[in-house]
Design a protein around this ligand. Sequence first.
Ligand SMILES: [Mn+2]
Length: 277
Amino acid sequence: MPKIAILSDIHGNATALEAVLADAKAQQVSEYWTVGDNTVRGPEAERVMQLLDHVQPTAAVLGNHEENYQKVLAATPENFTKPKQIMATILTNFDRQQLSPAHFQQLLQLPITQLKQVGPLTIRLQHVLPDFVSGHSLAPTEAQANFDEAASGEPDIVIYAHTHQPLMRASTRGQLILNAGTVGLPTAPRPALRQPRAMYLILTIDETGVCGIDYRRVDFDWQRASKIAENYHLPYLEFYTETLRTNAYQYRPSAVAAYNDNHHLAAQARAILMKTV
Ligand SMILES: [Mn+2]
C-alpha cells in the first residue's frame, strides 16, 4: 500500500528536512514526492539535495525559487533590478557555489507539473497553478474560482505548495486539493498557530483510494538551523533566522528593499549578473 510523504518548501533547511525524513522513516513511508522550493533562503541547498538523493523522490516539480535560478541565468544587469530580483540573484549565486553541477541542473530542469497514477487516483503535483509557479492566487483564504483554476483538467487530487499553510479543500467539481505546508520555513499568519515545527503530510492510498491523510508537524532544532546559517554566512541571514525564531514571514518586499539599500546589494547583484551572462 503506497504511503507517500509529501514534502514542500524545504528552502535549504537541511536540519528540518533531516527531522522530517527520520519521522517519515519511523512512519514506514514507501515513497517521497517534492512540490517545489527545495532550496533557496536557507543555507544548505547541497545537503538538502543529498538527503533527498537518499530517499530518491519519485515525483518532483518546480517551485518559484528554482524558477528564479532559471531567471537569474537569463537575466541581464539592466533587466533584473527589483528588490526581490536582487535577492534572487544573490541567493541563486550562494546556492550555485555549493550545489554540485548535477544538482543545479536537476533543479533547473524540474517540470511545472507532474501527474501520478496511484491505485484509482490521478494525482497532479504543481507548486501553484498548472502553468504558473508563483503568486498569491492559492492563499488559503482565496476565492473558490482560484482553486477551480488550480484543479483544471481531470486530476482527482491536486497537491500544491508555496503558501507554507497546510490545507485541505475541494474544487467545485469535487476534486481534492491538498497543501502539505512547509518543511523548512514554518510560518503562520495567526500568532497562536505559529510554531517551530517542520510540516509535511503522509498520503496513504490503497486499491480503493485514499485511506489516510496525515498532516504531520515535527520538532527540529531551529536554533541549530540558525547557527548553521550564520556559520555559512548566508546572505539575508536576519530574514531567515527571524523567520525561524518567530515563525512569522519576514521577507516582505519593503523590508528586502530596505536591506538591499543598507547593504549595497544592488551593486553586488549587478556584479554577479555581469559574470553570469
Ligand atoms: Mn514557493
